[in-house]
Ligand binder design. Structure first.
Ligand SMILES: NC(=O)c1ccc[n+]([C@@H]2O[C@H](COP(=O)([O-])OP(=O)(O)OC[C@H]3O[C@@H](n4cnc5c(N)ncnc54)[C@H](OP(=O)(O)O)[C@@H]3O)[C@@H](O)[C@H]2O)c1
Length: 218
């Protein structure tokens, strides 16, 4: 699969690019607002995988480069920049599956909260019609992804249209220990987006580093 990362120079982009980049199953395209920053990030991720002895196909450039080369695009940018960025890329999108881990989150008086909106629906409205938006990975913290040889025992709730969700479930299966769960259609994403600030508050108040979610059945 050809996977592009808009804002792939940041935390969650790095983590997922390393997980999918190791081995030769996927071709990774790292995007940035700045072409050289995208290339430098791709070089850094390639070096990390080289040092661990993995083959990889990772290249970098600007965000247009990441979108136009990919079948699946991850939007790894802050919520506040979503509209401007999607508009600037609208002519490059084709019929990709677009994955949103975007959380419309804020911090106020030492606590995290969520804006009264749905980032995935906003992204869906801001992209051309053929693009199929799926929301996923909101509850996966970036740092544990960097340790790309450690299995991540966590669940990932996936929301969107059925065919596009299948593509994302396959990508989740490629990350050791991770399980994808169907959350429903894209409008449900509002609920999964709100779990992230909850996890961060629990993390701070209870001194639990990088909490994730796992559904259990008695
Ligand atoms: N970090 C996590 O653990 C985590 C977990 C789950 C979900 N998320 C969500 O994933 C998204 C990315 O999170 P992150 O932690 O990776 O963010 P980040 O590291 O702060 O930023 C990611 C990238 O976004 C680009 N960016 C920053 N400001 C921008 C702007 N005004 N316009 C366009 N691009 C801009 C930057 O790339 P360039 O400067 O190279 O363009 C930056 O490297 C967020 O919506 C977040 O809620 C994060």
């Amino acid at each position: 699969m050809k996977i592009g990362f808009v804002g792939g120079t940041g935390h969650i982009g790095k983590g997922l690019a390393l997980r999918w980049g190791k081995g030769s199953n996927h071709e990774i395209f790292i995007g940035s607002r700045n072409e050289s920053r995208g290339r430098e990030a791709a070089e850094e991720y390639s070096r990390l995988l080289d040092e661990a002895g993995y083959e990889h196909e990772i290249s970098g450039g600007d965000n247009r480069f990441a979108v136009e080369n990919s079948d699946v695009v991850l939007v790894c940018i802050p919520y506040k920049s979503v509209f401007e960025t999607m508009e600037s890329l609208s002519s490059v999108f084709d019929d990709q599956v677009l994955i949103s881990p975007v959380v419309p989150m804020f911090k106020s008086e030492g606590q995290f909260g969520c804006d009264d909106c749905c980032a995935a629906l906003d992204i869906d409205n801001a992209t051309p019609e053929g693009v199929r938006v799926v929301s996923a990975f909101h509850t996966v913290p970036a740092k544990p992804l960097y340790e790309f040889d450690n299995p991540l025992e966590c669940d990932v709730i996936v929301c969107g249209e059925n065919d596009a969700k299948m593509v994302v479930f396959d990508l989740i299966d490629d990350i050791d220990g991770m399980r994808g769960l169907d959350g429903g259609d894209l409008s449900v994403s509002r609920l999964t987006e709100a779990v992230t600030p909850l996890l961060l508050n629990v993390s701070i108040n209870n001194d639990i580093s990088h909490p994730m979610i796992k559904f259990i059945s008695p």
